[in-house]
Design a binder for this molecule. Structure first.
Ligand code: ZN
Length: 135
């Protein structure tokens, strides 16, 4: 391995951080939303707005994550984070579009696990830049 010295953190670590935030917000939002709708049915009229916001946040998270992992791949030649992110996005999309086939519970579980896996992948991506791992 040629990269045994400490180097300043790459740009991708900043994007990783932003991606982790967006993915986590999406996961938390997807966990809380059913309860909020159950407790406050009056919020139902905002449900569509909430779903749109969710698609936008996850879309941004997906774009940021992929760009970040590609930048990191160039430096670290480790495709594990990118694989995790891509699997996470796939899991989320499966849940999102497979509600009729999978049923609401399994679909919701997939929708939540997707961004969590993305956040984990990005965390791994960030760790690639940490000096202590190179020793
Ligand atoms: Zn790096």
């Amino acid at each position: 391995m040629s990269n045994t010295t400490c180097h300043p953190l790459h740009t991708h670590t900043k994007l990783d951080k932003v991606g982790i935030w967006f993915s986590s917000i999406c996961a938390i939002h997807c966990i809380l939303m059913p309860f909020i709708l159950l407790l406050f049915p009056v919020m139902m009229k905002w449900a569509n707005l909430s779903r749109t916001a969710d698609v936008i946040i996850l879309g941004l998270a997906a774009i940021i994550s992929i760009v970040s992992c590609l930048l990191s791949l160039r430096h670290h030649h480790n495709d594990r984070p990118l694989s995790l992110v891509v699997i996470g996005i796939t899991i989320n999309l499966t849940g999102r579009f497979g509600v009729t086939e999978l049923g609401p519970w399994l679909a919701q579980t997939l929708v939540i696990s997707g961004p969590m896996l993305m956040a984990y992948g990005l965390w791994r991506d960030r760790q690639l830049c940490k000096c202590h791992l190179l020793h």
